[in-house]
Design a protein around this ligand. Structure first.
Ligand SMILES: [Zn+2]
Length: 124
């Protein structure tokens, strides 16, 4: 892949979502979430890998509850990324699930897994 683009290349390329590599963006985020999950002790299988011998300490129980709450959020984000990757596959990526308009590229770059346009983002 040539890294030095020709100087006479046109610079007014359309600002379409396809131009941005959302798949790569989603995969990077996916890997990041997965590593955060495994740091919390939640592996690929989704179970918490902890030693039941420590479970009778209330502090550990509290920490475990926090870890589970955080892991739940991470898993939700992972689910959304999975769905976004599936939408990339079937060609519906980047469209609002409510009204079907194309989501602004800037919004997708900030939140590649977003499923709604800015108008519908806050009504789920
Ligand atoms: Zn919408």
């Amino acid at each position: 892949m040539p890294s030095d683009a020709p100087t006479d290349a046109t610079t007014d390329v359309p600002a379409e979502a396809a131009e941005f590599d959302f798949r790569q963006l989603l995969e990077i985020e996916q890997r990041q979430l997965q590593s955060e999950l495994s740091e919390l002790g939640f592996g690929e299988k989704g179970g918490l890998d902890y030693d039941p011998n420590f479970a009778d300490s209330s502090q550990v129980t509290a920490e475990r509850g926090e870890a589970e709450a955080l892991a739940g959020q991470l898993k939700e984000s992972l689910d959304e990324i999975d769905q976004a990757l599936a939408r990339l596959e079937n060609g519906t990526y980047g469209r609002c699930e409510v009204c079907g308009v194309a989501i602004q590229p800037a919004r997708l770059e900030a939140m590649p897994a977003s499923r709604f346009c800015i108008d519908h983002a806050n009504r789920s």
